[in-house]
Design a protein. Structure first.
Length: 373
């Protein structure tokens, strides 16, 4: 029989940004909170990303969550002590159909969310090659220091009374109880936020939502433009295909058809050509997408080579100096968010669309509010 390890009003399984978002909202509402995490620190999708909170490019629930998350990110950066800023995003257009999409998007959203840029204005904001014919600036988007933010939020929450059980596996989850490798944790409510590992606990629910693992290939490179500060996140025509906010733009079909015709090898690897700058001046570049329930662990070099070549072209340089490479893994499903209660008193929350950093802090506010009625 397991001994009792702890108890709380809310027990969160998973200390990534989705789990911490719900822990934060619960603490704000005066609940006692315990967080159970199988690793001794967060090492998953929450730290292996671009650090880009790109709410403007979303639609529907994602846009609502992303807008609500913005002020929470900025507040937590001040109180928890990590870098975050409203840097905006520059969407670089390198073809007329991409520029048409940005014009349509600006008409839909208005100048407060989308500001069209000439080629010269685009180059003034971010270093791009001569093939950039214009762009758009999304001023309300944020960037955060993704390698520091989650750990800083965990320390902040611990200072507010949240008890963390690191390096602790959750074996069995049920009403009022999480049975762990260190003992039982008794709960008023359990919230499972393990992302793509939902199938380890509720395989039928994962199968119902067709949850798979999406593997990203990402790299960190030296800034080929030296000490130039590149404040906004930088995205391209490939990015237009990956964010559902642009789906309402009639010209998006032309972008998709052209890229499928001219660059099928890049469409085939799910390229989202973009980069962000780290606080140390280096650039995080990427990324490619491969989907599987159990991904292959052999990394194909051509994926990284494609990204290096395309980012170099975007930046107008011949080559890049690679400093690091890694895999990111996130949950992908038929809907952008999976929010279910498979057992009484147990809530499952997973961002199944790759926008956890953008939406989690807003998503957590809604879900915790819903749980508390």
């Amino acid at each position: 029989m397991s001994s009792t390890l702890d108890s709380a009003d809310l027990v969160v399984v998973g200390a990534g940004i989705v789990g911490l978002a719900h822990a934060f909202e619960a603490v704000e509402r005066g609940l006692s909170v315990v967080v159970v995490e199988r690793n001794d620190r967060a090492v998953g999708a929450s730290v292996r990303n671009f650090g880009h909170a790109c709410a403007t490019g979303l639609d529907g629930d994602g846009l609502r969550y992303g807008l609500a998350a913005r002020e929470r990110w900025l507040r937590l950066s001040r109180e928890a002590g990590f870098w975050a800023a409203r840097t905006g995003t520059v969407m670089v257009a390198r073809a007329e159909d991409e520029l048409a999409v940005l014009g349509e998007f600006a008409a839909l959203r208005g100048a407060g969310q989308v500001q069209l840029l000439s080629a010269a204005e685009t180059a003034a904001k971010v270093p791009v090659g001569a093939d950039a014919i214009g762009g758009a600036f999304l001023p309300e988007d944020l960037r955060v220091d993704q390698r520091e933010a989650v750990a800083a939020i965990a320390r902040y929450l611990a200072g507010r009374g949240v008890r963390f059980h690191w390096a602790t596996n959750a074996h069995r989850i049920g009403t009022g109880l999480v049975d762990t490798s260190r003992g039982e944790v008794h709960a008023g409510t359990v919230l499972l936020a393990t992302g793509h590992d939902l199938d380890r606990h509720f395989p039928e629910l994962a199968a119902q939502g067709r949850v798979r693992r999406c593997v990203l290939r990402m790299q960190r490179v030296a800034n080929p433009h030296g000490d130039r500060v590149i404040e906004p996140a930088v995205q391209t025509g490939f990015s237009l295909l990956r964010y559902n906010g642009f789906a309402a733009c009639p010209s998006l079909t032309a972008v998709r058809e052209r890229l499928e015709r001219e660059r099928p090898e890049l469409i085939g690897i799910g390229l989202n050509l973009m980069f962000t700058q780290r606080p140390d001046g280096t650039l995080t570049i990427g990324d490619t997408h491969v989907y599987d329930t159990t991904p292959e662990f052999f990394d194909e070099e051509h994926l990284d080579a494609h990204v290096q070549r395309e980012i170099a072209g975007l930046l107008g340089v011949e080559r890049l100096t690679v400093l690091e490479r890694w895999r990111g893994v996130y949950a992908s499903g038929t809907e952008p968010f999976l929010i279910e209660s498979p057992v009484e008193g147990v809530h499952v929350v997973s961002v199944t669309s790759g926008v956890g950093m953008t939406t989690a802090l807003g998503l957590g506010a809604e879900v915790v509010g819903r749980i508390l009625g």
